[in-house]
Design a protein. Structure first.
Length: 367
């Protein structure tokens, strides 16, 4: 099996699939990328048994078609360090692949392509097309609320839901909840809910660019697949029931407060410097025309910030984990942000004052 190609033609698909390579696996073959040569086409596949990434490129084929698996990390490092527009020549025989470029020669050990795991063929029972920018917005607006290594394993991922002309993403770690929805009149989808694991979600963010190009999304019973002109990405789904988040949406909020997002973000960022590193609590005191923000830590240090506001209700004091509120403010694109409050023990609803496509719920803290 012999083929050659330009460094740039290999580097792009190699970088795309390398995100799915298993770093610390007990199965050595998961550290390799499967090279499949067919005619003038080369297909690269990487998997960690949860995710699978496939990318394609054109080559000059000088021999028979064939398959071989090559160590991913070493090959990527070699390709990155070779000069731009180098010509790479591959020659695979027995248990190794010889790679030459100009005066550089490398020999890498290979593993049998027959042992490379393949995610079984499956049919998506829900499929739709979305712009990359829309899917990215859907995921970036909520991904920070996913749990990380929670024993409630179904929270360590994101719920993707389809219904009619709407697609929703929902993430929660039990202390906060993020919901984003996108409506598209050209869609007519069945009601469906799947949970995509955390690693799959972070990989999708890495793969997508905020551009107005369409991609195809397939939801199956155990997998989600995204197909683009340059790659195909498949993730196994989390087998579990996502909590009914609609039941926890606060309905009793009667105090609405709108303010400039950037100003509030700066004030909270400064106050957070002196909050307790472990609990990150800040206290918000609302009065008619002033919002006072205070933070303390165990070293008896204190931060106090004030912001002029319009709050025509009774005074209210409420505590929050400042990191949760800052995550929300960083995700909201609107210039103005709207808080809907009830009392010191009720969750707050935060949303952009104009768009209304994303909604966030943050539970209060006892300070």
């Amino acid at each position: 099996m012999k083929f050659s190609l330009n460094r740039e033609s290999l580097l792009k698909p190699l970088l795309l699939v390398s995100g799915a390579v298993e770093r610390k696996s007990t199965l050595p073959i998961l550290g390799n990328i499967l090279f499949d040569v067919s005619g003038q086409s080369l297909t690269l596949t990487a998997t960690d048994l949860e995710l699978e990434m496939v990318a394609h490129t054109e080559i000059d084929n000088h021999g028979e078609d064939g398959k071989v698996t090559i160590p991913a990390r070493k090959l990527l490092d070699i390709c990155k360090s070779l000069p731009e527009n180098s010509m790479l020549n591959f020659n695979a025989e027995n248990d190794s692949v010889k790679l030459s470029s100009g005066r550089s020669k490398y020999s890498l050990s290979t593993l049998s392509a027959d042992d490379f795991p393949n995610i079984e063929e499956w049919k998506g029972d829900v499929e739709f097309k979305l712009l990359k920018s829309e899917l990215l917005r859907l995921i970036e607006s909520t991904h920070f609320s996913m749990a990380n290594q929670d024993v409630r394993y179904y929270l360590n991922g994101m719920s993707i839901e389809s219904e009619g002309n709407e697609i929703r993403s929902v993430a929660t770690d039990g202390h906060r909840l993020a919901i984003c929805k996108i409506s598209n009149d050209s869609l007519a989808l069945p009601a469906r809910q799947v949970i995509v694991p955390r690693k799959g979600i972070l990989e999708i963010i890495r793969l997508l660019a905020p551009v107005d190009e369409e991609i195809q999304v397939y939801l199956g019973s155990n997998h989600l697949r995204i197909i683009d002109t340059e790659f195909s990405f498949t993730s196994k789904l989390v087998d579990g029931r996502f909590p009914d988040y609609r039941r926890v949406l606060p309905r009793n909020g009667d105090k609405i407060f709108v303010t400039d997002k950037e100003q509030l973000r700066q004030v909270l960022s400064r106050a957070s410097i002196l909050s307790n590193e472990k609990f990150k609590g800040v206290r918000l005191n609302f009065s008619n025309s002033l919002l006072k923000i205070t933070a303390n830590n165990p070293e008896q240090e204190q931060a106090e910030e004030e912001l002029e506001i319009d709050f025509p209700y009774e005074e209210l004091e409420i505590g929050f984990n400042v990191s949760y509120v800052l995550d929300v403010l960083n995700a909201i694109k609107d210039e103005q942000v709207k808080f809907t409050l009830a009392d010191a023990n009720s969750s707050v609803v935060i949303e952009g004052a104009d768009s209304g496509e994303a909604l966030y719920v943050v539970m209060p803290m006892r300070l």
